[in-house]
Design a protein around this ligand. Structure first.
Ligand SMILES: C[S@@+](CC[C@H](N)C(=O)[O-])C[C@H]1O[C@@H](n2cnc3c(N)ncnc32)[C@H](O)[C@@H]1O
Length: 282
């Protein structure tokens, strides 16, 4: 699992920094570019997909595992009338940003899913872009990934009521790169921007959901992540001067390399993006 220190490297650069190149809700995960080229609209479509697939309704209690800056929680509370949304994050900067906004119906805990013990059970769970943080590269290399992932699914099962649905999104490993520059693109981004994280294979997600969650639907959206990363990269470039001045050349150069590398990685199918609708096995 990514440690608290790893998470600080990834998400605690500065909220102002991420605000410059993410969309207005600060969603830091693949959007759904269906019938639109606009990042803002594409992120809203992604949130709507999860609202539908996790069968969220106003009276249901919803958990967002790895809630980022709270964009999904706000969408559910403010636009879909959900009255009880809880989120967990390991990032102090994200936690403080959500607390500051104090949106009615939303609560957030600064805690790892490994330590989380909710007082009440949930009717729906959504987790977007967090699965990549569950197993360490060492655990995957040691063949422990299924055990670690299954433990995560077991916990989510224990936090939910019978009949619950789970909407899950994760980057997944696809083709193995063979050329030196492709291998560099892939390994540099993970080790520098996302230390401690590793993308699962789709087969590993499906195998480990069993016996707790039944896989009802799987979508892959590789091209959508290439478009998302390209949109983020354009916005980063538009803010180059300001970013260099406030956060230094290293930060700008790292994110320039990471986001342009991301576009290539998804275009070449070294990584893909999976969205799953899971139903609790009762
Ligand atoms: C790529 S961000 C995605 C955020 C948000 N879901 C979104 O789509 O914008 C991953 C999130 O997972 C959280 N996270 C990572 N490891 C975690 C853990 N062990 N327990 C809880 N949250 C974790 C991070 O703090 C961050 O909020």
């Amino acid at each position: 699992m990514s440690t608290k220190a790893d998470i600080e490297v990834t998400y605690d650069v500065s909220n102002e920094f991420f605000r410059l190149w993410l969309d207005s809700r600060m969603i830091y995960s693949c959007a759904v570019f269906e019938d639109t080229d606009d990042l803002e609209e594409a992120q809203t479509k992604k949130l709507a997909w999860f609202h539908e697939k996790a069968r969220v309704e106003p009276g249901k209690r919803v958990l967002d595992i790895g809630c980022g800056w709270g964009g999904l929680m706000e969408f559910l509370a403010l636009e879909k009338g959900v009255r009880d949304v809880s989120g967990i994050t390991l990032s102090t900067a994200q936690y403080e940003a959500i607390r500051e906004k104090a949106v009615p119906g939303i609560s957030v805990d600064l805690i790892s899913y490994l330590d989380y013990q909710p007082a009440k059970r949930f009717d729906a769970v959504i987790s977007i872009g967090m699965f990549e943080h569950i197993a360490t590269p060492e655990q995957v290399r040691g063949g422990e990934n299924i055990r670690v992932y299954r433990d995560y699914f077991r916990r989510a099962w224990e936090w939910t009521n019978p009949g619950a649905w789970f909407g899950l999104q994760s980057v997944i490993g696809a083709l193995l790169p063979r050329k030196r520059e492709d291998i560099a693109d892939l390994s540099w981004g993970t080790s520098t921007i996302f230390p401690g994280a590793i993308t699962p294979r789709l087969e590993a997600i499906i195998a480990s959901a069993n016996p707790y969650w039944e896989v009802m639907e799987v979508r892959t959206r590789r091209e959508h992540y290439a478009k998302t990363a390209a949109a983020w990269h354009r916005r980063l470039q538009q803010n180059e001067a300001l970013i260099r001045e406030r956060w230094g050349d290293q930060t700008y150069d790292d994110y320039d390399r990471y986001l342009s590398g991301c576009v290539r990685i998804f275009e070449k199918n070294f990584q893909s993006l999976a969205q799953l609708a899971l139903r609790r096995v009762d």
